[in-house]
Write a protein that binds this ligand. Structure first.
Ligand code: ADP
Length: 296
């Protein structure tokens, strides 16, 4: 059962107003006026078809790309005014893991630890993601999934309070994907805030308190997965019951169901086989909003 989303008080961590961005060599704007806030303690999902600009948003927010229009406040201050301190507070997991392939996993982590003021015990994290036994192996011997898991450990090594994750479960088998999702939830339970991009609706359903759908460089919808399903949902219930020697199926509107005499009669007089409420899936909402079919 997912918990209800609640804002843990205080001002938003990020306040993004009318964000626009064009790559220096680009012929058109990639971001065209996005506005959203990210509140302390929430897992905020950024969704949209490939190439819509999700990673670009992340790169702007982590100060990797400058030259944007609009305004970005982090902790109520212009993001541009932050120096190195900002990087001690955030953890970043890029979509494509970049490690030193001739170094071992442990050596890679030691290298990145030196860049930060405070760091965590990465042995614990390596154990959690199942890489502890492989810590002395060169990265060149790592599989893609192992690199993704090490990348996640790296994102957490400076004990960040804000985590940026770009497609964090991409390329992982269901078991390892589960482990990473559990770690993301634990990070949140301890007070952390997360911005994650993904194209996997199952990740959104399980992890995100709120989700923003991007299309054509803009945010076209933003809400909790539950509210979105209610908003775009069909809201019907289908009853399957025994009639004579066969099985009969009837569908009713969920609203005012308790006053629907036909439904009440069936419930009272028939042998019911199944009752299912129809909820729109996030996949359907995604297709509806972005016009793109998702896979995964
Ligand atoms: P997403 O993360 O949603 O898949 P991206 O943010 O990676 O999308 O890319 C958004 C758009 O910006 C794409 O059309 C992509 O081709 C373009 N783009 C990405 N990086 C660059 C770059 N360095 N220079 C020019 N265009 C880029």
């Amino acid at each position: 059962m997912r918990r209800e989303y609640s804002i843990r008080g205080g001002a938003p961590l990020f306040q993004v107003e009318n964000l626009g961005f064009r790559y220096p060599k680009g012929t058109e704007d990639t971001l065209r006026g996005l506005s959203f806030n990210i509140h302390p303690g929430e897992v905020f999902g950024l969704l949209g078809p490939s190439g819509v600009g999700k990673s670009t948003v992340q790169k702007v927010l982590i100060k990797l790309l400058s030259g944007y229009s609009g305004s970005i406040l982090y902790r109520d201050r212009d993001l541009r005014s932050y120096g190195k301190k900002f990087y001690n507070e955030i953890g970043v997991g890029f979509e494509v893991p970049v490690h030193f392939s001739k170094l071992t996993a442990e050596e890679n982590l030691s290298f990145f630890k030196k860049l930060y003021r405070s760091t965590v015990d990465t042995d614990d994290l390596l154990k959690r993601v199942g890489l502890y036994e492989d810590r002395a192996k060169q990265i060149s011997q790592f599989s893609k999934g192992m690199k993704v898991r090490l990348n996640f450990v790296r994102a957490l090594l400076n004990a960040p309070s804000f985590l940026f994750l770009d497609e964090p479960t991409n390329g992982l088998d269901p078991m390892n994907s589960r482990i990473l999702k559990d770690l993301i939830r634990e990070f949140q339970v301890k007070g952390g805030t997360v911005l994650l991009t993904t194209h996997l609706m199952s990740d959104v359903d399980e992890l995100c308190d709120r989700v923003a759908f991007m299309a054509s460089g803009q945010i076209v919808e933003i809400d909790s997965p539950k509210n979105l399903k209610m908003k775009y949902g069909e809201r019907t219930v289908t009853v399957e019951y025994v009639k004579g020697n066969g099985v009969q199926t009837e569908t009713f509107e969920l609203d005012q169901l308790g006053h629907n005499q036909r439904f009440i009669d069936i419930i009272n007089t028939r042998k019911i086989l199944t009752i299912h409420s129809q909820e729109t899936t996030l996949e359907e909402i995604f297709i509806n909003l972005t016009g793109v079919v998702v896979h995964g």
